[in-house]
Design a protein around this ligand. Structure first.
Ligand code: PLP
Ligand code: COI
Length: 368
């Protein structure tokens, strides 16, 4: 359902929020934003219909969305989303990281979920529009940013099971500190033996709500077992490492090789892709291949695997200290963060925050 209608008008109407938070309230939130708890004063929305294509781009006050109770998304989960961040540089300018990659992934997700594809220029413009009105919400403090959440869903009121003819695209934004309450300290992950996140031929590679819904019970099991995140194995053999509920996984071998699962049912993380590029730039070998949980377990026991980390927009790069399951444990909860893990994290965040040269041209300025 590619929507190749020429951009009718990329002119967003802007309605300012008359009940916007005061600078003082905003500063209080920005001083301790946590993750995903507070939202800025505005949101963007663009409509799509089968006849009219993309239309009515607008910026409006943040607030509840009115939906018909028969809206298809509420029944059949036809929905996709993205996650990205706006970073404030030392000179006050605001930037984002590889937005064309998020736009392209959203188009791939749209194809899989039979939703219309939002053209890349619309996607990037929608982010710029929101940041233009909510610029003061991009925090200054070290390690903080404005998390951006573009999403799209079927809003047609129709109970037959077919791709919807009316769709809405929104962008909301939320100031963010660290995703994990422990900051960058190594996290513990729970190996889900019972549940799969995504099936062969399913929607695992799409960023769609259903994948996250499928992960929630396993995520709760992780919490119940004292862990921060859940690790899923492949659904066919229950043998190969896939990814965490909301992050990719990378293992570091003692010869400096970085290994990450190659699977059609995991999300192709932009953070992971960028980190592997940075590692390659440093001369590390990178392998995208099947990695069994036994390889991880034996490799860590023998000392062949020396570091493991989780990565994603929200998590950035977070060391994995312990993998726990009903039958065995890998590593330990009080492991120290790996050296390569931390130095890649430093390099990536230095690029994102404009502290070192952006040699791959990954940054896009949002406020100019
Ligand atoms: N895997 C899952 C399931 C995710 O939700 C995310 C986060 O978006 C990632 C991996 C990492 O993707 P990215 O680095 O593009 O944020
Ligand atoms: C992201 O990293 O952007 C995600 O969507 C993952 C989620 C755990 C917040």
């Amino acid at each position: 359902m590619t929507d190749l209608l020429a951009p009718r008008a990329l002119t967003f109407s802007v309605t300012k929020n008359l009940a916007a938070r005061s600078p003082q309230e905003r500063d209080e939130i920005l001083a301790n934003p946590g993750f995903g708890k507070f939202f800025t004063d505005h949101m963007v929305d663009i409509c799509w219909s089968e006849q009219g294509g993309w239309h009515r781009p607008r910026v409006q006050p943040y607030g509840p969305i009115s939906l018909d109770p028969a809206a298809a998304v509420l029944h059949y989960g036809q929905e996709i989303f993205e996650g990205m961040k706006a970073y404030r540089h030392a000179d006050g300018s605001i930037w984002t990281f590889r937005p064309e990659a998020n736009a392209a992934r959203m188009q791939r997700s749209a194809r899989r979920l039979a939703l219309p594809e939002l053209p890349t220029d619309y996607f990037i413009e929608s982010i710029k529009q929101l940041v233009a009105v909510d610029a003061d919400w991009v925090p200054m403090a070290d390690g903080t940013c404005l998390y951006l959440r573009p999403f799209m869903f079927a809003k047609e009121a129709f109970l037959g099971v077919r791709p919807a003819h009316k769709v809405a695209y929104y962008v909301i934004a939320s100031p963010a500190g660290s995703y994990f309450s422990g900051g960058v300290a190594p996290v513990s992950i729970w190996l889900s033996a019972e549940y799969s996140r995504a099936a062969h031929g399913g929607t695992g590679a799409a960023k769609t709500g259903g994948n996250y819904a499928a992960s929630l019970l396993a995520q709760q099991e992780a919490y119940d077992n004292g862990c921060d995140q859940v690790l899923f194995l492949d659904s066919r053999e229950g043998k190969y490492v896939e990814e965490l509920g909301g992050m990719n996984v990378v293992l570091v071998y003692k010869d400096g090789t970085l290994v990450t699962p190659d699977s059609k049912s995991i999300l192709e993380g932009i953070t992971r892709d960028s980190i592997l590029q940075l590692a390659e730039d440093r001369g590390h070998k990178v392998e995208r291949r099947n990695v069994s949980i036994d390889e991880w377990r034996e490799g860590q026991a023998s000392g062949d695997i020396v570091e493991a980390f989780a990565c994603g927009t929200a998590a950035v790069i977070t060391p994995i200290g312990l993998v726990k399951s009903n039958d065995f444990e890998i590593g330990s909860a009080d492991a120290v963060a790996g050296e390569l893990t931390m130095s890649l994290r430093q390099e990536l965040t230095d690029i994102q925050y404009g502290r070192i040269e952006d040699r791959h041209g990954w940054l896009t300025r949002l406020d100019a």
